[in-house]
Design a protein around this ligand. Structure first.
Ligand SMILES: C=C(O[C@@H]1C=C(C(=O)O)C=C[C@H]1O)C(=O)O
Length: 95
């Protein structure tokens, strides 16, 4: 079990910079959209979910699991994007 956990920790260390890069793109999207009401764009969520299924299949990950993981991740990024835009609106209103 120790070896498996060490492998998981090593993979998490590889995933984190990619997650940070994704968060950077989300922050860019927040700046461009500049409206908390449009944090969630349904057609794009469905497109990313379809992409995740295809990528899962290509890399030997159950597509159902890939889709669930990506939908959960997107929900968190969308909430984060909305928070960033709300903060920008609040900051803009105060100045
Ligand atoms: C980045 C966007 O904002 C949201 C975040 C998404 C994501 O985490 O991939 C996908 C759809 C959007 O609702 C976008 O609209 O493309």
């Amino acid at each position: 079990m120790d070896e498996v956990r060490a492998a998981i920790d090593a993979l998490d260390a590889e995933l984190m910079p990619l997650m940070a890069a994704r968060a950077h793109c989300i922050a860019e999207a927040a700046r461009i959209k500049n409206d908390p009401e449009v944090a969630l764009v349904p057609w794009r969520v469905e497109e990313v979910a379809r992409n995740a299924r295809a990528l899962g299949e290509r890399h030997g990950l159950d597509p159902d699991l890939a889709e669930k993981l990506w939908r959960a991740m997107m929900a968190e990024f969308i909430a984060h994007e909305r928070t960033l835009m709300e903060q920008a609106v609040a900051g803009g209103a105060a100045t």
